[in-house]
Design a binder for this molecule. Sequence first.
Ligand SMILES: [Fe+2]
Ligand SMILES: [Fe+2]
Length: 338
Amino acid sequence: MNKEFEADGMVADKAIPNPGSQAADPASSPESRAAEVAATIARAAVDQADHAMRNWTDPAEGPVRIGSTEHLRMFSNMLLQTHNPYKPAVIEWPKLSPDALERVTSLPIWDIAVQTEGRASVRVHSFAGLQRDPLLRSALEMDGDEEARHKVVLSKLVEAYGITLEPEPEYLPPSDIEWGWLVTGYSECIDSFAAFGLFAAAKDSGFFPAELVETFEPVIQEEGRHILFFVNWVAWYRANLPWWRRPAFAFKVFRVWLFLIRERIGLARQIEVDENGGAQDANFPLNAAETLAESLSAGSMIDLCLTENDRRMAGYDARLLRPTTVPKLARFARRFVK
Ligand SMILES: [Fe+2]
Ligand SMILES: [Fe+2]
């Protein structure tokens, strides 16, 4: 994890020197030795926070029934206890070569990315406000806070690389709060799965410099935690609905998927229009996939998404459910793609 994602209250708000970069000076002053010790402690705290966000097992032993109070406690605690308290304000964005800077600034994703995080934050917070269970409410509040923090991280990135954004719309709470939560949750299941693979491809191909990839890495893992939390919430909620309300919920979920498919078709069309018109507005996974397509076949990209999805989910308690719909669809599509 990048040193700039510093753990809250544990480290100083400045870059940490690399211990290997300087030979130990026996005549160094007590102040510089103290600074070295402080830097070592700071690095350990950052590494510890990074490990903690990726690995979590509930201490209670034994099987857990999906839909039980124990299940609710488990997936809520997973989100709360794997929170990484980095501060966007202290991120030092790496200096980019002219080529890399051109690649980053010309990606037509920044407006939509910032606005997606802004909308997600309002929707998740609105849904948190409906909850009576205090643990579930605080987990949802943390989820919404993390979306707001993603927006700050993106705004800082945009500022650091001199990208100009369109004026942002007002982010209003949805009229159907549960609908807003379901749309955010399922769209994250699609977009995160794609982003896992694209992020790895961008890193391996050198499309983005390694330092930039590393600086952004915690945001991607956070989205992984969000979808893990979301699919467990859906299963818990469904299991606790009286039988006569389950068909209406299933129908609502079906409508959400239809909405998301149509939204993505619309975005794909928008990309075509933008490619001709040059306006900056597009969906991250679709557009980035196109940009990276030259370096990787569609089949290899699906394989990479699946591998990365498994890797990012591997560190969490095996008794929690994993997102399965999008990986299943991807495996199905893979049969027809070379
Ligand atoms: Fe986010
Ligand atoms: Fe998220």
